[in-house]
Design a protein around this ligand. Structure first.
Ligand SMILES: NC(=O)c1ccc[n+]([C@@H]2O[C@H](COP(=O)([O-])OP(=O)(O)OC[C@H]3O[C@@H](n4cnc5c(N)ncnc54)[C@H](O)[C@@H]3O)[C@@H](O)[C@H]2O)c1
Length: 297
């Protein structure tokens, strides 16, 4: 009690987080950008099961409204907002509409994924500035604008949690995805900036960094051969499901992670922890040691 009073006196908001489940999300207002499908859809379903009030924001109105109706028919509190992240006024409008509908905004999960047909990419020597700018906007500028416009609502609500979905491409070079990789690396650093700048407002900001995920987008980006390669080369012997990624996003949105901020957490089955392609050369110089590991090169 004395410690609590001291913290209160010096202006630090000291909370007692004792709950072991994510019950704190019950009644919280959560915006899921890119919530109509894939990882975002999985977040929407789980959040609604946990009793959150969810705002699905997506460019795909048909699929988004279908999802909203399915959740409403089960008694969930959910609304849909048609959003195109290439328009700043629509991003601002999303949070104003959410605050008007539910009187506050507590959590933002940003899972928008713009397809390569809309946000083109290439290796650096062939890069068109137009493509670079479009892809940087698609993943980094839109994430910055979402943070920009949600922050005041979270400050008004006394705190909040932001979770951005990045990519393993933010951690290593992918040869012909220069703009996508750079944009996702920007999301990781942007999230750190938000965490450090707004921590005293009781706002946390973290990133989930998926490897390969079995969503429609994942299937379009990677062919079956690539999926098979990921499944054999990743230490955990399968490809992640949208639910695997959503579970960690929701953990980061809930008070279960109350002291976690500014982090980018890899959810990749160990893919990025594994020794790289030159491993076979090491194996030949060190006998059969590596044969006893899970590496299958
Ligand atoms: N699937 C993977 O293998 C994988 C791997 C690493 C990272 N990621 C990242 O995870 C996130 C979610 O990807 P996913 O696989 O669930 O993709 P998805 O295509 O299933 O979901 C992305 C959602 O974003 C929406 N969207 C697209 N353009 C939009 C726009 N202009 N405005 C608003 N909404 C728009 C889509 O309609 C869709 O509902 C993305 O940021 C992606 O980069 C995915």
């Amino acid at each position: 009690m004395l410690i609590k009073n001291i913290f209160n006196f010096i202006g630090i908001n000291f909370k007692n987080y004792t709950g072991l489940a994510m019950n704190d999300l019950r009644g919280k207002v959560v915006v899921v950008m890119g919530g109509a499908s894939g990882i975002g859809e999985s977040c929407v379903n789980k959040l609604s099961d946990l009793g959150a009030k969810v705002m699905i924001a997506d460019i795909n109105e048909g699929v988004g409204i279908e999802l909203k109706n399915r959740i409403k028919s089960k008694g969930g509190e959910v609304e849909f907002f048609k959003l195109d992240i290439f328009y700043e006024d629509q991003i601002k409008g999303l949070f104003d509409f959410t605050a008007m509908t539910y009187s506050r905004v507590d959590v933002l999960i940003n899972s928008v994924g713009v397809p390569r047909t809309v946000a083109p990419d290439s290796e650096i020597k062939d890069m068109l500035v137009e493509d670079w700018n479009k892809t940087l906007w698609a993943h980094a500028t839109s994430a910055m604008l979402a943070c920009k416009y949600v922050l005041q609502h979270m400050i008004d609500a006394g705190g909040g949690a932001i979770v951005n979905i990045s990519s393993a491409a933010s951690r290593f070079a992918t040869v012909d995805l220069a703009a996508y990789s750079a944009s996702k690396a920007a999301v990781n650093q942007l999230s750190k900036e938000v965490a450090v700048t707004y921590g005293r407002n009781n706002i946390r900001c973290n990133v989930v960094v998926p490897g390969a995920v079995l969503t429609e987008r994942g299937r379009k980006t990677l062919d079956n051969g690539a999926f098979e390669l990921f499944a054999t080369e990743t230490p955990l012997p399968r490809i992640a499901s949208p639910s695997d990624i959503a579970n960690v996003a929701i953990f980061l949105a809930s008070d279960m992670s109350a002291m976690v901020t500014g982090q980018a957490i890899d959810v990749d089955g160990g893919m990025m922890s594994k020794l790289p392609y030159w491993l076979p050369k090491m194996r030949s110089s060190r006998g059969d040691f590596f044969d006893k590991t899970t590496c299958q090169l």
